[in-house]
Design a binder for this molecule. Sequence first.
Ligand code: ATR
Length: 287
Amino acid sequence: MARRPITGQTRLAAVIGDPVRHSLSPAIHNAGFEALDLDWAYVALPVSAGGGADALAAMATFGLEGLSVTMPLKDEIAAAVDVASDAVTALGACNCVVRDGDRLVGHNTDGDGFVQALTEESGESVDGKSVAVVGAGGAARAIIDALGRTGAASIVVVNRTLDRAERAAALASVATVAAADQAVEAIAACDVVVNATSVGMGWVPGGSGGAADLPIPLEGLRSGQIVADIVYQPLETPLLAEARARKLVTVGGVGMLVHQAAIAFEHWTGQPAPLDAMRAAVADLIS
Ligand code: ATR
């Protein structure tokens, strides 16, 4: 299908943050608009720290329909939107802004995007599951919040820095923290293991293959578990390769990337997101 021409009618959405020039979001969203033949376009706008409130004012002035927000702006946008979703209020971080008449509404689609990807790719609901979340940064916090709201029975947070783990665990009433010397046992006791750290990112086949590429000791893996990784570059991280070798169900990071975008797409356009087209756009860019 030929790409729609951009006209005076074209509606605009954008990702803001710094850096954004290598963001995959323009490819994902433009593929979605094209698949549904929507007269929309999506661009990347570099905005540095401290520029969030001005960017929101510009969104209103220009009539941009939607914004994706990435680092380092998620916190300042969360504080500056007119209306914040429950997730934005809990996390203090916003990755998606929707224009609703005169009001700018902030959402955080990362956690729900993760849960949707996990459910779709593993074929299992998180409802009633015990989940180990490794990491306590922005991504981990969004995942813990969403797991708590979608019915996980228990969440154990494992992180290199204990006080960050404690703050992250406070996001869900079913969440606790495992100290370093109990991490392996705590992870092994869970139905689902999630790497929400950046460990494994940028790993190349033939790389060290050592413990530095793995977010958890392998003794934490046991049969029957689902192992998910938020890292999507490489598509198969050392953790996922180890899990697959043990015949465990694995869920890679592309699903979260696509689903968090799909939820934003649906907020902006009001239409069900064309997930296959969005996923294909990512597959063209990552190997
Ligand atoms: P994001 O917002 O993408 O989640 P972040 O806030 O920088 O990024 O968080 C990164 C997470 O990966 C943190 O949990 C971090 O652990 P600390 O809280 O102890 O810093 C974790 N992480 C990063 N590099 C790590 C490493 N080499 N080993 C273990 N954990 C690591």
